[in-house]
Design a protein around this ligand. Structure first.
Ligand code: TNX
Length: 536
């Protein structure tokens, strides 16, 4: 394309070196256009980086951190001549795209803004040795790159098991290294509420802790006597200061944090602290099982007041435009029995109790809009009836996502059969080294070959597909090490699903590039799963 012509014309020096295969560089995700050459440029131990804009200076400070493990020091300069790495800005068709050129004049990364410069820096890092060495040689390259999708997400469930701030930051680093830009933080669920809300202190005093944790795989347990617990109280939460710290950390790395506050289902932890929000006030406990709980908040005025207060604090903490309101798995057992709900149905002229959730969502959506936020929710919110301004996260396959896109809603594709990375990595359930398998075997090639753009949609409708998202539910993923094990190398496949157009992907081509990344994971002491050799 034009980009190539422009780059070529300005880089006569490159033509003098023999070309080598782009594949041999082992880049993940594979950039859109790569030319690689046998010649190399050597980065000195003390690198000076040219950064003239605030975005470039931010990326330069990240480069400093990224290069420190290689024994390099980074200083900033505004003298472009003296710099080994130049971070340059120029108008580009894709705001997240970048160009990376390495030749005898050094390294030049050009992008429209900070995110592109950051992605170019991540690509540069992948071209460098993984360990500290005196001469860090970078192959001459000419790379032009841009993402296929603008939503490139991964979720972490911190409710079923809690993960400390330090690990949440590490998770964000993982996403950033593979050019994802959205971190969905699942902050509330039946088994624990994890975000401090100043107006409701009992959410952290009571809702954040459960009596004990279930041992063993729930789906194999038949009678109550089969259920075994560890007898240890379990929980945790993030203070608002910690939330701000994580948001700022992500923002610096061009990652938007989407907080999820589940409603009206997956809410029994709220009832444990505020039982007056139930249809029938009683005593409730933070749940110690997994699955779908019938005890949910009642869609009455005190509940609206509660969520409006909570969302007011949440909206102030998270600068991104989306707030995820859950919406999944909300059984209407209690609503059906409730005279208050019957009254609402009469008043609002609703004949099907399931549709009360739609009415509930619309009120929440209006409230979010008043705070300048957009509603996103699991695909159940579509069934309940939702305006076109809501975004749907399609998890029960792609059907709801397809329907929503046809309807004019924006969609994030997160079908459980392809992108639920809590699913087993080993075909044999409950094999040693694997966490208990919550559901199913999800092989790497199935993730890799997922195409977020359904063929059922026209080109116009496909524009509503914002992108894919992988989800890490943590019922049986109890520690940071297990998260890393379930995340790697799958994150690399997810990265190519999100960054590359389907037509350019090839699993056969991906595998050797993925293997080259293992040295990088080893250097960070990440305990990834080594996939079995192909063909076995
Ligand atoms: C379904 S996905 C759920 C989660 C579970 C997950 C386990 C979704 C919206 N709801 O509550 O953790 O399955 O894979």
């Amino acid at each position: 394309g034009l980009l190539t012509v422009g780059l070529l014309a300005s880089q006569p020096a490159l033509a003098q070196s023999a070309e080598i295969s782009a594949q041999s560089l082992g880049l993940v995700p594979l950039p859109r256009e790569v030319k690689a050459y046998a010649a190399t440029y050597t980065l000195p131990q003390q690198i000076s980086v040219y950064a003239a804009s605030p975005d470039a200076r931010n990326v330069a400070s990240l480069l400093k951190e990224m290069l420190a493990p290689l024994g390099k020091t980074v200083t900033l300069t505004t003298n472009s001549q003296a710099a080994q790495i130049k971070l340059l800005t120029a108008a580009m068709p894709n705001s997240e795209g970048y160009q990376l050129v390495v030749d005898k004049a050094g390294v030049r990364i050009t992008a429209a803004g900070g995110s592109g410069l950051f992605y170019g820096s991540q690509t540069l890092l992948q071209l460098l040795p993984t360990k500290s060495t005196a001469s860090a040689r970078v192959p001459y390259v000419r790379i032009a790159d841009e993402p296929a999708f603008k939503w490139r997400g991964a979720m972490l469930d911190v409710c079923r098991h809690f993960f400390p701030v330090e690990f949440v930051k590490k998770y964000i680093d993982f996403l950033a290294a593979y050019k994802l830009n959205t971190f969905h933080w699942h902050l509330t669920d039946d088994q624990g509420w994890r975000i401090a809300i100043k107006k409701y202190p009992k959410l952290t005093q009571i809702s954040a802790f459960r009596k004990e944790t279930l041992l063993g795989a729930q789906q194999t347990l038949k009678t109550p006597a089969d259920f075994k617990y560890d007898g240890q109280p379990y929980g945790g939460f993030y203070t608002q200061e910690q939330i701000k710290e994580v948001v700022a950390y992500a923002q610096k790395r061009y990652i938007t944090v989407v907080p999820e506050i589940e409603m009206p289902g997956h809410s029994v932890a709220i009832l444990a602290a505020y039982p007056e929000l139930a249809c029938k006030p009683g005593t409730y406990e933070v749940w110690t099982k997994w699955g779908v709980n019938e005890e949910i908040v009642c869609p009455t005025e005190p509940t609206f007041r509660f969520f409006e207060d909570v969302l007011t604090e949440v909206a102030a903490l998270f600068p991104g435009k989306y707030i995820h309101i859950g919406g999944d798995e909300a059984p209407k057992t209690r609503w059906k029995e409730s005279p208050a709900v019957q009254e609402i149905m009469k008043r609002e002229n609703i004949t099907d109790v399931e549709k009360v959730q739609g009415w509930f969502n619309r009120r929440i959506e209006t409230f979010l809009a008043s705070k300048g936020k957009k509603l996103i929710g699991w695909d159940e919110i579509l069934e309940a009836g939702i305006p076109a301004s809501a975004t749907i996260m399609s998890w029960r396959g792609e059907k709801a996502g397809i329907e929503a896109a046809k309807h004019g809603n924006d969609v994030v594709m997160s079908p459980s059969g392809y992108l639920y990375i809590d699913a087993g990595q080993n075909p044999v359930p409950h094999s040693p080294n694997e966490p208990l398998m919550i559901c199913c075997y999800l092989p790497l090639d199935k993730i890799y070959n997922y195409n977020p753009l359904p063929k059922e949609l026209t080109a116009e409708e496909q524009k509503h597909i914002l992108g894919p998202q992988a989800n890490m539910w943590t019922e049986y993923i109890t520690t940071p090490e297990k998260v890393e094990y379930m995340l790697f190398p799958r994150l690399l496949a997810v990265s190519e699903v999100a960054w590359m157009p389907a037509a350019r992907k090839s699993y056969a081509d991906f595998l050797p590039r993925m293997s080259k990344q293992f040295a990088r994971l080893d250097a960070q002491k990440i305990k990834y799963r080594v996939p079995e050799p192909v063909g076995l």
